[in-house]
Design a protein. Structure first.
Length: 317
């Protein structure tokens, strides 16, 4: 009997050690979004790419547009160039049409994602479909800019039109509880929320987006407030948590609507508790490129010489 108790105690201690081995990322700093405009006067909120938070390698910019006033968004984004990075557009409500200089075109509808690799250069425009322009309504989308590694900046441009039905929708993971056999991952009921895996991997589900460096992009809905859910993130990734709707608590710190939390480099778990019922969050994590950046407007290169060449190439057509 004494031997059995000793074994149980040893197993219990081992389980506790296993649970403690999964360290949590902590919040390094929280930034508010910055109201601004872009394109032909489209009103938006910029979360990343502001004077306070210029970049978080490999992420260059994150914008959110959300309005039911057509005057705030109807002008769209007329023809403009890009070189050296990727644009990722996530449509939440409304419609946007894309056309570019290499022959790609498509309509982005709610739930869809457009992942465009500008690479050596592309000129494109983003505007509303005739149907949506006539009817109007709420328009909400997020656009992310992802830097390209030096050896990928001049590859052939690529367009990935990812429709909503092709994006895995995975149940949330209830926050860890320790058992004799170690930490367990328990899936929540689908009614409690989900993770749409756009890029990278979440709990075994792989997103459809092909990326040029390791990146996770998760579109998260949490419908059950006051319940903790875990998100495992690769240690060593730079991580951004953006509160798109509602409010959350992370390690005792409250984050409100349109807050951006930059998480610590160390750690491999983030535990999120929603404060409101209809809470929606974007989590971005990526392996830093650790390469020099020379940027001006729509061009992101590694040296000033490359930047000047990009501007000259665009001017010469």
């Amino acid at each position: 009997m004494i031997h059995v108790l000793a074994v149980l105690e040893k197993n219990s201690n081992t389980a506790t050690e296993l649970c403690n081995m999964t360290s949590s990322k902590i919040i390094s700093k929280v930034y508010p979004g910055m109201p601004t405009s872009d394109g032909a006067g489209v009103k938006l909120t910029r979360m990343l790419g502001t004077p306070e938070l210029e970049i978080l390698d490999p992420f260059l910019m994150l914008d959110r547009m959300d309005s039911d006033d057509p005057d705030a968004y109807i002008a769209g984004f007329p023809n403009h160039p890009h070189r050296g990075f990727e644009t990722v557009t996530i449509m939440h409500s409304g419609q946007m049409r894309h056309e570019d200089s290499v022959g790609n075109s498509g309509l982005i509808t709610p739930g869809d994602v457009q992942w465009m690799t500008a690479a050596r250069g592309i000129v494109h425009e983003e505007f509303h479909s005739r149907e949506f322009a006539k009817t109007g309504g709420t328009f909400e989308m997020c656009q992310l800019w992802v830097n390209l590694p030096k050896d990928k900046k001049m590859v052939k441009p690529r367009y990935q039109g990812i429709v909503s039905k092709d994006i895995p929708k995975i149940p949330l993971i209830i926050s860890d509880t320790c058992h004799v056999e170690g930490p367990q991952q328990q899936a929540a009921d689908p009614s409690e929320g989900y993770v749409r895996v756009i890029a990278g991997e979440f709990n075994g589900a792989v997103g459809p987006a092909n990326t040029h460096s390791p990146v996770n992009l998760w579109d998260i809905a949490i419908n059950t407030p006051q319940k903790a859910f875990d998100f495992r993130i690769t240690e060593g990734h730079n991580t951004v948590i953006f509160i798109r709707r509602g409010a959350v608590e992370i390690l005792g710190q409250n984050l409100k609507f349109q807050d951006v939390a930059i998480m610590s480099y160390e750690g491999e778990k983030v535990t999120i508790t929603a404060k409101d019922k209809d809470t929606q969050v974007l989590i971005l994590s990526g392996q830093p490129l650790n390469e020099p950046i020379a940027a001006r407007g729509p061009f992101v290169m590694n040296t000033q010489k490359e930047l000047q060449e990009a501007m000259m190439d665009f001017q010469m057509g």
